[in-house]
Write a protein that binds this ligand. Structure first.
Ligand SMILES: Nc1ncnc2c1ncn2[C@@H]1O[C@H](COP(=O)(O)OP(=O)(O)OP(=O)(O)O)[C@@H](O)[C@H]1O
Ligand SMILES: [Mg+2]
Length: 275
């Protein structure tokens, strides 16, 4: 890997918090690299250290041990779970300009940049619209627009769809998929197994340790057809319905041209395998 391609390089990163009963290690010897253009999914149960890791990556949480190299921290932006958590502006325009003002962008360029980012993510609202009148999904789109306005090239989503309806969730994933195709690096933290299919790599955290890393297929499918369970189940998650169907087909002797990771891929695999 060329060093210019590397957005994050973590080596034995540990984070400890002090509590009344002593030090608690919440991240333990975390090693991984992220390259420009990657889509990495980070999965883990409540309290496994996902948010702490996102804060480490965005420079919001100091590392207790180990090292992290980042190419340019100003290009890294975080979208939180609660759509209201990072909104400070009264209107859509104010909200998008807030980050640009903080980073001393030229005010002359701001109106055009606001229009550009709203168009880029397909949020069709008036710029003087009060933020309080937007839906949760629209607020998350606005949060993404604010990240793009300051030229973020790495977006970290900390369970950004957890508080949204299924429709809004799908919309956010579509928008992020589109940005990824334009070259944006994505780190997608989730507990929803049906949000993993775009990831090139899945990392599972368990009590602050990396318990699994590998492709989506490695995560969802058992190592061999004889071994019943996959890392997904071994780590306490349920594979999405499409994966269960694919695995049932394979178990019953049907071959598939590839191992699907979502409903669309299952449909394609079935068509391609049996036409
Ligand atoms: N500032 C802090 N001080 C002390 N302990 C903390 C602090 N922040 C997080 N922790 C602890 O670190 C552990 C990991 O928390 P973290 O928020 O990273 O988990 P998470 O995987 O994001 O969980 P969730 O799915 O609930 O969001 C938890 O035990 C939490 O209580
Ligand atoms: Mg969290």
């Amino acid at each position: 890997m060329k060093s210019s391609d590397c957005v994050f390089d973590l080596e034995t990163v540990s984070v400890a918090f002090s509590a009344s009963d002593g030090l608690h290690m919440v991240l333990k010897d975390i090693d991984f690299k992220v390259r420009q253009g990657d889509w990495i999914a980070i999965v883990g149960k409540n309290g496994s250290g996902k948010s702490t890791l996102t804060k480490v990556l965005t420079g919001l949480c100091p590392i207790s041990r180990g090292t992290m190299h980042t190419r340019d921290q100003t290009l890294v932006q975080l979208v939180f779970q609660d759509p209201d958590a990072q909104i400070v502006g009264e209107t859509v325009y104010e909200e998008i300009c807030f980050g640009m003002e903080n980073q001393c962008f030229d005010p002359v360029d701001m109106p055009k940049q606001v229009q550009n980012v709203l168009q880029q993510i397909g949020l069709n609202v008036q710029i003087d619209r009060p933020v309080s009148t937007l839906s949760g999904g629209q607020k998350q789109l606005l949060n993404i627009a604010s990240c793009l306005a300051v030229h973020a090239s790495v977006l970290i989503f900390d369970e950004a769809t957890a508080m949204l309806s299924p429709m809004a969730r799908g919309k956010i994933l579509d928008v992020v998929h589109n940005l990824h195709q334009q070259g944006v690096t994505v780190i997608w933290v989730t507990q929803w197994m049906n949000e993993l299919s775009y990831a090139q790599k899945v990392i599972v955290l368990e009590q602050g340790n990396i318990a699994f890393r590998g492709s989506c297929q490695d995560f969802f499918y058992p190592e061999s057809s004889e071994s019943g369970s996959s890392p997904c189940e071994q780590l306490g998650f349920s594979p999405p319905y499409a994966i269960q169907v694919a695995r049932n087909l394979l178990r019953n002797g049907y071959s598939l041209v590839n191992l699907p990771t979502c409903t669309e891929e299952l449909m394609q695999a079935v068509k391609a395998s049996w036409q």
